[in-house]
Ligand binder design. Structure first.
Ligand code: PEP
Length: 246
């Protein structure tokens, strides 16, 4: 109830300064759709230049380190990302959980680090195809969410993204009934941990969301927006997703 839709592009390892025109055009879309909170989580190299052109879309990062500083070659702290101009960060994306072996505890610590630096945080969870096929998706993802949930989780700085791993970049999505059941289960799980805060916390759907399916997905009761990969890379593709949330 009363949750403002949140639609966030995740550019992953895509984007050079040549693509700043798309950032600018997406920022202009956000100006036209004030009912929707629009953002772009960009490669860290684009955060500062994007802030110069971004209009009404916020600029975020895709990960942050759990420590504030130290001997972590190649890593970026949340404070560094905030200083560059990020106001949000993603944590726990399945590509990082898989490629970098990030655990639920790591993800919770990264969320805490993000909050401490003044960032808002999108925490990703989602099941593999094996888990989905075994019929365990809701209990497994709810457990993953509770294990990844940071201390002090609250709706004013944390959003959840449910992203079935098998739907990311594949063009496949769960049935609308499955999405609805998952989002309901995740809100119920949140309620057991954070009580009334769960009602205000936004739960996004992510995984092959695009202009063709966004309206149907956004209409589901507990879907409060989207985390969008491929369809966020150009303003032309992203526009119908943002408009579907308006
Ligand atoms: C993602 O990786 O967060 C994602 C949702 O990607 P895509 O939309 O390309 O499936």
């Amino acid at each position: 109830m009363g949750r403002r839709k949140l639609v966030v592009g995740n550019w992953k390892m895509n984007g050079l300064k040549a693509q700043l025109g798309e950032v600018e055009a997406i920022g202009a879309l956000a100006v036209r759709c004030p009912a929707v909170e629009v953002g772009l989580c960009l490669p860290a190299t684009l955060i500062a230049p994007a802030r110069a052109v971004n209009g009404a879309a916020f600029i975020g990062a895709q990960d942050c380190h759990m420590n504030q500083s130290g001997a972590h070659t190649g890593c970026l702290s949340a404070a560094m990302l905030a200083e560059a101009g990020a106001s949000w960060t993603i944590v726990g994306h399945s590509e990082r959980r898989q490629d970098q072996g990030e655990t639920d505890a790591d993800v919770a610590a990264k969320a805490v680090a993000g909050k401490a630096a003044g960032l808002k945080v999108i925490l990703c969870v989602g099941e593999s195809l094996d888990v989905r096929d075994a019929g365990d998706a809701e209990s497994v993802v709810a457990a993953q969410l509770l294990a990844s949930l940071p201390e002090g989780a609250a709706a004013d700085w944390l959003a959840i993204a449910y992203e079935p791993i098998w739907a990311i970049g594949t063009g496949r999505i769960p049935t609308m009934e499955a999405v609805e059941a998952m989002h309901r289960a995740l809100r119920a799980a949140l309620t057991t941990k954070i009580g009334a805060q769960a009602e205000g916390m936004r739960i996004l759907y992510g995984g092959s969301m695009n202009g063709d399916n966004a309206a149907e997905l956004m209409a589901i009761a507990d879907v409060d927006g989207g985390l969008v990969g491929g369809a966020s890379l150009t303003a032309e593709k992203f526009a119908p997703v943002i408009e579907a949330a308006a």
